[in-house]
Design a protein around this ligand. Structure first.
Ligand SMILES: Nc1ncnc2c1ncn2[C@@H]1O[C@H](COP(=O)(O)OP(=O)(O)O)[C@@H](O)[C@H]1O
Ligand SMILES: [Mg+2]
Length: 219
């Protein structure tokens, strides 16, 4: 599994170049911090890797891995991308457990097995206590962690996370940073857009978009 970036640059129509000449290869096992000032294009680069935005120049190539254990029998190997947005959203009246069990059900697991797997993931994010509560009762930080657990439930090849600790208190932020960076060497690529030095310092590597900022003036 890898994400290869070949001389990638981007500008929105009529706007300035956000970054240019970004060449990199992110391989499975890496947890990469994507840093750079606000407006440098971090969220945009995540959108390009997920295929929502086409880069103005250069190429992005995603290479799938060979899948095994966590798939239901008979399922096809496909490249799965999970994205955790900056603003957590969910179905207000549905339980936390249901949110995280859904990807397992979608993959064909029986309801009981899906719940067991979901509870285990919730536990990884210290959400055991809130598993049976409706989504709408969660704090912002709990909702954020629930969405991280849900993203992992889809057993992604690539996990894209946008500012995961922005709205968390320091202690919860440290825990989320630990949980995310513990994903290194687990066979997936994790890319985290972040301003948080604690997250950055725990990652296996840093890509700084400031290093690719274009010096060209707006034409
Ligand atoms: N769809 C869009 N159309 C035009 N400009 C956009 C669009 N999305 C983002 N931008 C602009 O691109 C710049 C980079 O945005 P973004 O990727 O969100 O930066 P970051 O995540 O690093 O703060 C910002 O100036 C933003 O306003
Ligand atoms: Mg952003």
């Amino acid at each position: 599994m890898s994400v290869s970036l070949e001389a990638v640059g981007h500008r929105f129509a009529g706007g300035p170049w956000l970054f240019r000449g970004l060449t990199d290869m992110i391989t499975e096992g890496e947890v990469v911090a994507l840093v750079g000032p606000s407006g440098s294009g971090k969220s945009t680069l995540l959108s390009m890797i997920s295929g929502w935005v086409t880069p103005a120049e250069g190429k992005i190539h995603l290479e799938a891995r060979t899948r095994s254990s966590d798939n239901a029998p008979g399922s096809q190997p496909t490249l799965t991308i999970a994205w955790v947005f900056q603003n957590p959203h969910g179905v207000p009246g549905r339980s936390v457990l249901d949110h995280v069990a859904l990807p397992f059900l979608a993959k064909g697991f029986a309801s009981k097995d899906a719940d067991v797997k979901a509870r285990s993931l919730l536990s990884d994010f210290c959400l055991d206590q809130v598993a049976d509560r409706p989504f709408k009762t969660l704090s912002g930080g709990e909702a954020q962690r629930m969405l991280l657990a849900r993203a992992l439930a889809s057993h992604p090849d690539i996990l894209l996370v946008d500012e995961p600790t922005a709205q968390l208190d320091q202690r919860t932020a440290a825990h989320v940073a630990d949980t995310l960076t513990a994903l290194r060497n687990r066979g997936l690529v994790v890319l985290i857009a972040t301003h948080d030095p604690h997250v950055r310092d725990r990652c296996t590597r840093v890509i700084d978009l400031a290093a690719y900022a274009s010096e060209e003036e707006v034409a």
